[in-house]
Design a protein around this ligand. Sequence first.
Ligand code: SF4
Ligand code: SF4
Length: 498
Amino acid sequence: MADEEVAKKGKEIVGEGDEAFRDTIATINEKGRRNWIFPKKPKGRLYNARTFVSFFYLIIFFTLPFIKVNGNPLFLINILERKFVLFGVIFWPQDFVIFGIGMITFMVFIVLFTIAFGRIFCGWVCPQTIFMEMVFRKIEYWIDGDAEQQRKLDKQAWDREKILKRGGKWVVFYLISLLIANTFLSYIIGVDKLFQIISEPISQHTGGFAALLIFSAVFFGVYTWFREQVCIIVCPYGRLQGVMLDPNSIVVAYDNVRGEPRSKHVRAGEAQIHGDCVDCSLCVKVCPTGIDIRNGTQLECINCTACIDVCDSVMEKTHRPTGLIRYASETGIKSKTPLRFTNRLKAYSFVLSLLIGVLVFILVTRSAVDVTVFRAAGQLFQDQGDNKISNLYTVRVINKTHEDVPVTFKIESGDGTIQMVGKDLSVKKESRGETTFFIIRDKEKITERKTKLKISAWQGNEKLQTVSTTFLGPVYRPESDGNSEGDHEEDHDYNEKK
Ligand code: SF4
Ligand code: SF4
């Protein structure tokens, strides 16, 4: 049978065009009740690789809040106090522009990444998948056994075995949930505050303690009961797959051209009559979201690769080439071209690298000290006598560093001198400071009503920032011109310095 005919026959059997399976989800039955999934324990090359990746992921997740640079956290997402530390760099609400640009860049990155590489993120690094499949599920297999034993245990009465297994599992699940909740909270409030909540009387930290219990209960509920529903129903990224994926996106895909028409009763070598799929249904049994990948790409598929591993093992046992289910694009399967780093992927990768570069550039070039200089409200200029005119300025400095910063000011472009009002400014770490100063200029040098000035802020010999401001003054014209400083139309409203 020609390839095209096999594929056509396959499509008939798979039911291409019959999209009825998309009207329901495997985890909800026709009565709208939960269909509990008992996925078969996965094993294989990709599962081992994912276990390896998760191991490092979990180490990073649980240790990151403890890492400090000069006594300050490397990461902190303190929403309550609106203080964010990324890689040791403090971000303030004033950095919202950077944050906004960063978020837009990040969103564009996610969309482009998904168009090109599908849901690789979900299978390999999403915290939900890592904790569900690599922590809780492994413990479940260890306590309850594989899918068949789990099913049996689920059906059996609440005898001693079931009480012990269920009780033991829930205790372990809750303890891990508590650990995750503690770590999660430490990302928000920092480990020091977390230790205070844990070690000091509850009455002093009722809010923090309640948050800890609520987070633990949520994690326990998610990993014990809600599970794959997070990916299928709740996760916005999952829900958006339908609009982000296209026929060229790389996904976990079943090669229906090669696999169909499927048959349980076929030997290797009969592929010209039947496809390579031996219809063992192991790919369905192993799927944690309960779908049949042979129906095509579905939004429930979290790209966990369990079906790839199990199908490869079937192919090996039946002496067929592996890869009947594999990472591939719909176009690649139709055209029978192996997965290659195509020009399209190269272009996307280039843009993605560029976006990462933009994000890094934004973070690296962001100023650690923000200086704002503006003329004091309600003030125009003051006649200091002695042929001098002054303007009063308010200066606000935000110190985003972990150390106190003494700040001095210089006029960078333009003439004049700076005279501080009060003592010099020293801004405490991670806080803001304010001061005022006069800029005093000679009347003869004031040739414009409004002069642009550049003022630089310095920490010792290190220039922190240069800001622009304006100097207001009466336009001085020599007597010989027939004009004087008093003839300016707005001279009447200046302020005499007392
Ligand atoms: S595991 Fe492979 S051979 Fe078995 S039903 Fe699935 S696709 Fe077919
Ligand atoms: S279809 Fe395969 S890759 Fe997708 S969720 Fe199921 S087992 Fe994982």
